[in-house]
Ligand binder design. Structure first.
Ligand SMILES: Nc1ncnc2c1ncn2[C@@H]1O[C@H](COP(=O)(O)OP(=O)(O)OP(=O)(O)O)[C@@H](O)[C@H]1O
Ligand SMILES: [Mg+2]
Length: 237
């Protein structure tokens, strides 16, 4: 299954949040989306996932998703791990996980499979999600998205606020999740971490794509130039 985004534009009122964004990501691939605060990364995931109104093409295996609401997109197997996790704090871990299954498809991802991937989540299954640590909550949020049995998994800043050791463990799990049956789009501020995982990288600046390249070809200098602009492109500040 291949996700193709072409000429995506989104506005908040008069403010252009995305301008002409293209991307392609296929089964088994990981696309990293990087950029400074406010660059439009979450807006891009929202536009793909259906929570942000956008114009332009979003297609899965050539089938346009235009006009489909988020729950309908979930049926077409796009699941999101949102910024800030957005768990239901008073519901148990198990109940939070099952929320993902409601909107999704049946497939290899069951509660047991999530417990196998994150053994510590199994031990916490009856606890209210709000009583978990940040890293534990992030694992539950990823597990919830997996329970939809997505073919495209969108992850928004999974490392935010987590200790470095937890982030490393999380990224090892994401590497294990890479399979021929799922495409991943990973929004991340921790550029080193995500470049090690990703096949390709897309950097946004002020809603525009300023770098799109194989992750292995991208240097630290490329990332700095893409984040902040260079005098040559008139975007330096
Ligand atoms: N609901 C909204 N209404 C108005 N403006 C918004 C809204 N959501 C986001 N924006 C603006 O759109 C721009 C892109 O926001 P977005 O959240 O996509 O950025 P981001 O790259 O995810 O940033 P961060 O790294 O801080 O999460 C920002 O300037 C932001 O202030
Ligand atoms: Mg964001």
């Amino acid at each position: 299954m291949t996700l193709v985004v072409e000429g995506l534009h989104a506005r908040y009122g008069e403010f252009p949040a995305l301008s002409g964004v293209d991307l392609t990501v296929g089964d088994g691939e990981v696309l990293a989306v990087i950029g400074a605060n406010g660059a439009g990364k979450s807006t891009l995931l929202g536009a793909v996932g259906g929570t942000v109104v956008a114009t332009g093409g979003v297609e899965l295996d050539g089938v346009p998703l235009h006009g489909l609401r988020p729950h309908e997109r979930a049926r077409r197997w796009i699941a999101t791990v949102p910024e800030g996790r957005r768990l239901f704090p008073s519901l148990s871990v198990r109940e939070n996980l099952l929320m993902g299954a409601i909107r999704g498809r049946t497939g290899p991802w069951t509660v047991d499979a999530v417990h196998e991937t994150f053994p510590f989540v199994a031990k916490l299954r009856d606890r209210p999600a709000g009583a978990l640590s940040g890293g534990e909550q992030q694992a539950v949020a990823i597990g919830r998205a997996l329970l939809a049995n997505p073919r495209v998994l969108l992850l928004d800043e999974v490392s935010l606020g987590l200790a470095p050791a937890i982030v490393e463990r999380l990224y090892r799990t994401l590497a294990d999740l890479r399979s021929g049956a799922m495409a991943m789009v990973v929004v991340e501020q921790d550029v080193g971490q995500v470049l090690a995982l990703a096949d390709r990288v897309l950097c946004l600046r002020a809603g525009r794509p300023v770098l799109a390249a194989p992750a292995a070809d991208v240097t630290a200098a490329d990332v700095t130039a893409a984040y902040f602009g260079t005098p040559a492109d008139g975007a330096a500040s």
